[in-house]
Write a protein that binds this ligand. Structure first.
Ligand SMILES: *Cc1c(COP(=O)(O)O)cnc(C)c1O
Length: 422
């Protein structure tokens, strides 16, 4: 008789669980055959996938490097320290915690560290570009704190810094959050710091979307201006699906204790290893070139769409995403998202600031260039993509034309192989 558990432990996934393995294959093919414009998505590198799939998934390491509640942590201590040191090098942070499981966990831990229930928190209105964790009423953040919401300006559709200042001085928030999910312009961190200083607030920047751009110097870095900076690692940073927190030394203990034992148990050491990998890549010249191209590519796509009659919220884009106002096209956000999905292009509907429409339908579409740029697209392919979107909108009821567009999408993607080693 063989030892218990020995046989199945060695079996490859395709053999052990063909049903699940089939789903993984299908998802790989979907990613290969889809033109990915979801602004928050990207394609992790082979090395990031390897680290995420490593034996580090087996290790319990509650605590911090050098101060764990479990034995056998020498090696994972070195892994986590590598991730911390690389993060400090990339962003110039004084203190880093790489344990948050996601961007939302990072934000909630930061709020838990800096605020008491009932304290006043100021964040941007979700429908103007903010995130759930910046004080939405049905989120933990909105349920726990007294939330003041600021907006973009009705005319310019860019952050209304005058309103931010006025609200801050009258409502005296303990913490102001800047950094967004669907804001296409550069954020003026110094302006936020000045307002925070004037009203005696702490300042938190959430760079979930733009961390890669910041690492490459394509967007200004908030770290010198902020008490705390939170991020994801899977968006422009091109790492594993996870989060991290950077802060000034004075908040180090509060942040670390809020993450563990405040909100989390054991850290995901395999994911932390993958964060170390992406933070190594983030220091390379190739990564900086990729991030510069992401911005150039987004502009090429946005300009093509604008030339085709689609209005850009705020009139343009400085970053990796653009927000399209579809009201001139006769389609709402949901219809446009479904139409594009039928030709193999994925993007997500998004409300337009001040719109009256329903949140779930929405009048806008958010498009982003990180994933296709990682895949190899340059400006000609972005302009081609813009033309394909315009043609799909125009041919919305013409099944033959839509089928032809789907074929063109596949031809375009064929020239940029993805994960051919898998
Ligand atoms: C994506 C995002 C997050 C949350 O990240 P998750 O990993 O999905 O929890 C937080 N803040 C902002 C601004 C984001 O765009």
């Amino acid at each position: 008789m063989s030892p218990v558990g020995r046989e199945w432990r060695r079996e490859p996934l395709y053999h052990l669980d063909p049903e699940l393995n089939g789903l993984l294959r299908s998802e790989l093919i979907r990613q290969q055959e889809t033109l990915e414009l979801i602004a928050s998505e990207n394609f992790a590198s082979r090395a990031v996938l390897e680290a995420t799939g490593s034996v580090l998934t087996n290790k319990y390491a509650e605590g911090l490097p050098g101060a764990r509640y479990y034995g056998g942590c020498d090696i994972v201590d070195q892994v986590e320290q590598l991730a911390i040191d690389r993060c400090k090098a990339v962003f110039g942070a004084e203190h880093v915690n790489v344990q948050p499981h996601s961007g939302s966990s990072a934000n909630l831990a930061a709020l838990f560290a800096l605020l008491d229930p009932g304290d006043t928190l100021m964040g941007m209105e979700l429908t103007h570009g903010g995130h759930l964790t910046h004080g939405l009423d049905i989120n933990y953040s909105g349920r726990t704190y007294d939330v003041v919401r600021y907006h973009v300006h009705r005319v310019t559709e860019t952050i209304d810094y005058d309103e931010v200042r006025e609200l801050a001085l009258t409502r005296r928030p303990k913490l102001i959050i800047c950094g967004y999910s669907s804001y296409p312009r550069i954020v003026d961190w110094a302006a936020f710091r000045a307002i925070a200083d004037e009203c005696g607030a702490l300042l938190l920047a959430d760079i979930a979307h733009i961390a890669g751009l910041i690492a490459a110097g394509v967007h200004p870095n908030p770290v010198p201006y902020c008490d705390v900076v939170t991020s994801t690692t899977h968006k422009t940073l091109t790492g594993p699906r996870a989060g991290l927190i950077m802060c000034r030394q004075e908040h180090a203990r509060a942040i670390d204790r809020a993450v563990f034992p405040g909100m989390q148990g054991g850290p995901l050491m395999h994911v932390i290893a993958a964060k170390a990998v992406c933070l190594k890549i983030a220091q390379s010249e190739e990564f900086h070139r990729l991030q510069r191209q992401i911005v150039v590519n987004c502009l090429a796509l946005a300009e093509t769409l604008a030339a085709g009659g689609v209005r850009l919220v705020s009139g343009g884009t400085d970053v990796h995403l653009a927000l399209l106002d579809l009201r001139s096209t006769g389609l709402n956000g949901l219809q446009c998202q479904d139409l594009l999905e039928s030709v193999g292009i994925t993007a997500n509907r998004n409300v337009v600031p001040f719109e009256a429409g329903k949140f779930n339908v929405a009048s806008g579409l958010r498009v982003g260039s990180p994933a296709v740029t990682t895949r190899g697209f340059m400006e000609p392919e972005m302009r081609h993509t813009g033309e394909l979107i315009l043609r799909a909108i125009a041919a919305r009821d013409d099944a033959v034309a839509l089928a032809e567009i789907r074929r063109e999408v596949l031809d375009l993607l064929d020239r940029f192989p993805l994960y051919e080693f898998l």
